[in-house]
Design a protein around this ligand. Structure first.
Ligand code: UD1
Length: 423
């Protein structure tokens, strides 16, 4: 296992390129199982979660060809097995979504129930209810979902009880090959869902309304291959903007999409940052100032993303004033708070651990810390950047699940971070 050693105190300053979106790329790989011909996904980030998904496809006999630029070519028609084992699904929740494409294309699948980040119970009831509404027979056995359908899935009207990104994507994929029209209501509206719909439409699907609450899918008999470039990672982009703001620094993120980060940009302006935007870049400059504390509520897109909550807590911990952060998407998503408190942050949790009140202090002190979720881990890196002395972030395999070359990117901006092996 590896750790990151962070010498705090540097002000970030420089430019970087946003990677392709993990949450887009990781759903497009299962989507490729719907096609009869090879599908090529480009701008795929080089991340642990992507490798896990590729490994899962490989374990099913699907041929995957990757070139040095991370163009990933998936040949679904070489598939031999229709099972996703626990070992792979537990490490990455999104891999559960191979179920719908396998079922829609091949009529049967056995997929382990997922694990993923340790943030709340994260059930899959909406996924299963949606597939059943499309005509799937579903049984649970030994922790596995065994699904089958007689002939093709059938179009249906499905109302999601809650806003679910993975659930919307999963049922949207399955419905592309269903017989007739499917109308999905109360859909999540995240940009990654729109990206997936665009990719599926390039494969010959007929999807309208992605990015709104109602998505209509007219099923087609088969899908062909396509080449699709995934959108920029808005969470990664946002993380570097927050990191620069926390250190009083400046950063320009290229190949980014400012439209997907409107609310974060507003919040960072409230914190005192000067922000300039181009069509595909965002530049933030704190001009050496200490940020002002921000208050916000996380909620489904276009509201403030839960995936940037922990990073804002790190910024607030050294900000001027007190910020209130309410988490409404996931239960139990404040693990980073306890670790930051050990670094001298003044944070108290209220409302049955749904709200963090962060009273900014002048400086944090470096300490050994760890977290067991992806975004929490990166927030500890930000805390380490603004702390005095050395911070050691343990269990960084969580960071590697979602941040491509995190220490290289931050060191290029002037940070002092080293990756070391645990002894
Ligand atoms: C996706 C993102 C993740 C992000 C999250 C919320 C990917 C790979 N991951 O996760 O980074 O934090 O959206 O923006 O895209 N729920 C149920 N029943 C279900 C499904 C979900 O109760 O069947 C609940 C979850 O427990 C959670 C809420 O709905 O409280 C939102 O979850 P969801 O949008 O499904 O998150 P993911 O798709 O897993």
């Amino acid at each position: 296992m590896e750790r990151l050693l962070i010498e705090g105190g540097s002000r970030l300053d420089g430019e970087l390129r946003a990677s392709g979106a993990k949450n887009s790329a990781s759903i497009m790989l299962p989507a490729a199982l719907l096609a009869d011909d090879p599908v090529t996904i480009s701008n795929v980030p080089h991340l642990r979660d992507i490798t896990t998904m590729i490994e899962l496809l490989g374990s099913m006999g699907v041929e995957v060809v990757i070139d040095e630029k991370m163009n990933v070519e998936i040949h679904a028609n070489s598939i031999k097995r229709f099972t996703a084992p626990y070992d792979l699904v537990k490490t990455m929740r999104a891999s559960f979504t191979v179920l719908g494409p396998l079922l829609a294309h091949y009529g049967h699948a056995e997929v382990s129930l997922p694990g993923g980040c340790a943030i709340g119970p994260r059930p899959v009831d909406q996924h299963l209810r949606g597939l059943e509404a499309l005509g799937a027979q579903i049984e649970m056995e030994d922790g596995y979902v065994k699904a089958s359908v007689n002939g093709r899935l059938k179009g249906a009207r499905i109302y999601f009880d809650i806003s679910t990104v993975g659930g919307t994507e999963h049922i949207m994929m399955a419905a592309t090959l269903a017989d007739g029209e499917t109308v999905l209501e109360n859909c999540a509206r995240e940009p990654e869902i729109v990206d997936l719909a665009n990719c599926l439409n390039e494969m010959g699907a007929n999807i309208e309304g992605a990015g709104t609450e109602i998505i209509t899918i007219n099923g087609v008999g088969s899908l062909k291959g396509c080449t699709h470039k995934v959108i920029a990672d808005r969470v990664e982009t946002g993380t570097y903007l927050i990191a620069a703001a926390a250190t009083g620094g400046r950063v320009k993120v290229r190949d980014a999409n400012p439209d997907h980060l409107e609310l974060l940009i507003e919040k960072l302006k409230e914190a005192g940052a000067a922000v300039n935007l181009g069509e595909d870049w965002i530049e933030l400059d704190m001009q050496g100032k200490r940020p002002k504390a921000i208050s916000l509520v996380t909620a489904p897109y276009p509201a403030f993303p839960t995936d940037l909550q922990a990073q804002i807590i790190a910024l607030n911990s050294i900000a001027e004033g007190t910020g209130t952060i309410k988490e409404t998407v996931f239960e139990n998503r404040f693990m980073h708070v306890h670790e930051m408190t050990r670094m001298g942050a003044r944070i108290r949790l209220e409302g049955n651990n749904t709200t963090a009140i962060v009273e900014g202090v002048d400086r944090l002190q470096g300490a050994p810390v760890m977290a067991n979720d992806l975004r929490a881990s990166v927030s500890l890196v930000i805390a380490g950047l603004v702390a005095e002395g050395t911070t050691v972030v343990d269990r960084i395999y969580h960071i590697d699940r979602g941040y491509e070359q995190v220490e290289e990117k931050l060191n290029n901006l002037g940070a002092n971070i080293q990756r070391v092996a645990n002894v």
